[in-house]
Write a protein that binds this ligand. Structure first.
Ligand code: HPA
Length: 252
């Protein structure tokens, strides 16, 4: 089954016919909330908003291990994550949508692996997952097909810098990320992607750009949060359209 993880600006899935909500117990503690199972256009989908139902969980406090484990335990083997970003590259201005193909992890102190002796069975063996390509190529391709069907232009490829947050970055930090090769910046992309890989799930991200990153474009002197939410609401309507098509082309 396909699972959608919602981010900032996407706390409910439009068009979802809700079947049931399930609280899942995990060896890693509580998830961000119950998983909603339902259908879009007759196709099953599971949905979990990572910041919780009232958007109360900050990026560094999200229990990524519990969220991914719970989805897996409920039969979700493919995850498309919606993760809002700031645009670093010039072509990624507010209102654009991008499907990253690479990432750089700048987060710290997050519980980021299942291979720490807590799990059972295969998770007790230490395994060094291959993470050369952090996003699944076939799932990314499906997202691009869905966007096409929805009539939305997506940028195919980009480097996601995952920062610790919850504060936004300084202009100098963004310059450094740029020199590192990052084209967008967000706070939730890791360890979500690597945990999914540890459980051998396919994972891809759709990243709506809410703002120019600090020191860039109209964020030259400050990021204006109000304007950021407005831009995001409009972009999220388009993301809903892409998700609807994604569910329809996904083979259950
Ligand atoms: N930085 C980090 N995370 C973000 C940003 C940003 O500028 N915009 C949306 N999420």
């Amino acid at each position: 089954m396909l699972g959608i993880i919602g981010g900032t600006g996407l706390a409910v899935l439009a068009d979802l016919q809700v079947g049931r909500r399930q609280i899942v117990r995990t060896p890693y503690g509580e998830t961000s909330g119950p998983i909603t199972f339902g259908e879009i256009g007759g196709k099953s989908v599971a949905f979990l908003p990572r910041h919780g139902n009232g958007h109360t969980i900050t990026p560094h406090k999200i229990n990524y291990r519990a969220n991914i484990w719970a989805l897996h335990a409920q039969g979700v083997h493919d995850i498309v994550a919606i993760a809002t970003v700031g645009g670093i590259a010039e072509h990624l201005g507010p209102g654009t949508i991008v499907i990253p193909n690479q990432l750089i992890d700048y987060t710290h102190s997050r519980k980021h692996t299942y291979f720490d002796g807590l799990g059972d069975g295969a998770l007790q063996q230490v395994k060094h997952i291959d993470f050369t390509e952090p996003y699944d190529a076939s799932l990314r391709a499906l997202c691009l097909v869905a966007a096409d069907l929805a009539g939305e232009k997506l940028f195919d490829g980009g480097v996601y810098a995952a920062t610790q947050g919850p504060r936004l970055e300084t202009a100098a930090e963004i310059n450094r990320l740029d020199r590192d090769g990052a084209t967008m910046v967000g706070m939730t992309g890791m360890p979500e992607a690597s945990l999914a890989r540890e459980l051998e799930m396919r994972y891809a991200a759709i990243c709506p750009v809410a703002n120019h990153a600090a020191g860039r474009g109209d964020s030259l002197h400050a990021i204006k949060y109000e304007e950021m939410s407005q831009a995001l609401n409009l972009t999220m309507e388009r993301v809903h359209g892409i998700i609807e098509k994604l569910v329809s082309v996904y083979g259950n």
